[in-house]
Ligand binder design. Structure first.
Ligand code: NAD
Length: 311
């Protein structure tokens, strides 16, 4: 495989680069280092099979050049993190829409296999019964909140799907559900690394909302090999596939688990969503993937439990 990994200096992207190199493939990572870091790739520096190109997916010419020599493209570059997408929705939208189109178009020209990282957020807030018209909402989600990210990712899926249908691009859409692991930083709002560093530092653990909201955390070490296997599985082409863990925990339960595992004496502080993210922010009460499609396509079965992930 001659692979390109956009967002290769990021959390999931850098683990994907490690995995591909360990399996004998050559890899070019394309990253603008906005939330990623070269330090995520130090273990690969000097490896002749690996190259990091610093630049943006918004630079169509660069994207084309980088992808010209490849047969497989993993597209993970995106504006991510609740703070980024709430504070700078326009820039996020621009990266996630225009950047994706540059990457998918270049992959289609090359007839490279293509994977795009999508998100559980495309399922939106699924806890209401009736749909009502509302001037502040589009695609069923509030405009002012983080849902522009979900809308952009939903459109990314559509763009990839349509390229797949019309150009025959072999393409897989992976919907990640709260993936966690080494190198993930708490700086952009990711809850597990934030709780762990607060607990280890003896600082208060800040739980947003009531803490009753429930999540399933998945290990990056389960998800990365699954992404590669999906792209090697023609039955997965032009499908959206959920990937994540299956062990559900409340956010308060996660804080308790982190406190116990780190032996920390940190107290829990509850912060309202409004204080954390500003007016209009909403969160989902529950987000749990059904991973049976991934299981039927590639035998996906997450191996790591929540305690392994925290450890
Ligand atoms: P990350 O921030 O570590 O990775 C994103 C990478 O993209 C970073 O290295 C960043 O520098 C790079 N990037 C951003 N804008 C760019 C641009 N214009 N040009 C080039 N590079 C750019 O986050 P991650 O958690 O590793 O996320 C990887 C992908 O998975 C993203 O597409 C994200 O939306 C998706 N995703 C992740 C999760 C999760 O739980 N971690 C959940 C759902 C979806």
């Amino acid at each position: 495989m001659k692979a390109v990994v956009t967002g290769g200096a990021g959390f999931i992207g850098s683990h994907l680069c490690d995995h591909l190199i360990a399996h004998g493939h050559s890899v070019v990572a394309l990253d603008d280092l906005s939330t990623g870091s070269e330090s995520n790739l130090v273990q690969l520096s000097g490896n002749p099979q690996f190259e990091l190109v610093k630049g943006s997916i918004l630079d169509a010419r660069l994207v084309d050049e980088v992808i010209a020599e490849s047969d497989t493209v993993f597209h993970l570059a995106a504006a991510v993190g609740v703070h980024t997408i709430v504070d700078r929705p326009l820039q996020s939208l621009h990266t996630n829409l225009n950047g994706t189109e540059n990457v998918v178009a270049a992959a289609a020209r090359r007839r490279a296999r293509f994977m795009v990282a999508s998100t559980s957020e495309v399922y939106g807030k699924n806890d209401t019964d009736g749909l009502t018209e509302d001037a502040d909402r589009i695609l069923g989600s509030p405009l002012k909140s983080r849902w522009s990210y979900a809308a952009a990712k939903g459109l990314d899926e559509l763009v990839a799907y349509i390229y797949g249908e019309e150009t025959g691009l072999p393409c897989v859409i992976t919907r990640f559900f709260n993936i966690v692991g080494p190198r993930q930083t708490g700086r952009y709002g990711m809850v597990v690394p934030r709780f762990v560093s607060q607990a280890l530092g003896g600082d208060p653990i800040t739980v947003y909302g009531t803490g009753a909201q429930r999540r399933c955390f998945g290990s990056v070490f389960d998800v990365v090999p699954a992404v590669v296997r999906l792209l090697e599985t023609p039955a997965a082409y032009n499908r959206a596939v959920n990937l994540g863990g299956r062990e559900e925990v409340s956010i308060k339960g996660l804080a308790d688990r982190v406190t116990a595992m780190t032996g920390s004496s940190s107290r829990i502080d509850y912060v309202s969503y409004e204080d954390a993210y500003g007016e209009g922010y909403e969160d989902m009460q529950r987000r749990m993937p059904d991973t049976s499609l991934a299981h039927s396509l590639i035998g996906y079965e997450p191996q790591r439990r929540l305690d392994d992930i925290i450890a």
